[in-house]
Ligand binder design. Structure first.
Ligand SMILES: Cc1cc2nc3c(=O)[nH]c(=O)nc-3n(C[C@H](O)[C@H](O)[C@H](O)COP(=O)(O)O)c2cc1C
Length: 172
């Protein structure tokens, strides 16, 4: 009997987890690295993936959870995404997550790279539940001459970590 009650509770919890309507807004152009990460996350969250240009500001209110991601340029998310964040209407503690791909990555760098977008989202009333970054193929500037850095990144291991990140979001 206890087992049956336990199962029902798990089913109810999963139902709640999966009922979070999720949108991922991603801007990715250099090698579509961040798009790959967004797609891996979307698979786990059953989320829609759109670019900032495809996303009407009014439609955001339909979503329970919003992810914001882009490549990193000069230590910040791409300007297209930052400008989109500037145009967001204010919300009341809506939950969100942030992600990126970059030439160099690490806990400290992720925190720094994400700070401009994080601050904009905070100022609009978003609560950031988690953040993700991994390396992405980079042929910017002189790197092109040497065949670029981080060839084949994000790789299958990075995308697995992105999936796990998305899976964990459901518990937060
Ligand atoms: C113009 C430009 C500027 C970049 N600046 C940085 C940077 O400041 N820090 C960093 O770690 N990577 C930097 N990168 C590397 C990109 O963030 C990385 O290649 C990313 O994965 C590209 O994402 P995308 O393919 O989704 O556009 C830069 C790349 C470009 C093209």
């Amino acid at each position: 009997m206890l087992f049956v009650i336990g199962q029902a509770k798990v089913a109810k919890k999963n139902e709640k987890e999966f009922s979070m309507k999720t949108l991922i807004v991603v801007f990715s152009y250099h090698h579509k690295n961040t798009q790959k990460v967004a797609d891996a996350m979307a698979k786990m969250l059953d989320a829609q993936v759109k670019s900032p240009q495809q996303t009407a500001l009014e439609e955001l209110s339909q979503y329970d959870l919003v992810g914001f991601g882009a490549g990193i340029d000069s230590g910040k998310h791409y300007k297209v995404l930052l400008d989109f964040a500037d145009r967001l209407p204010p919300v009341d503690n809506k939950i969100a997550f942030i992600f990126s791909t970059a030439g160099l990555s690490g806990d400290k760098k992720r925190g720094k790279d994400h700070s401009a977008l994080r601050e904009k989202l905070h100022s609009k009333g978003y609560v950031i539940v988690d953040e993700f970054q991994c390396k992405g193929f980079n042929t910017n500037s002189f790197l092109k001459t040497f065949g670029g850095m981080n060839k084949d990144r994000p790789n299958s291991e990075d995308l697995k970590l992105a999936e796990e990140f998305a899976q964990n979001l459901k518990k937060k």
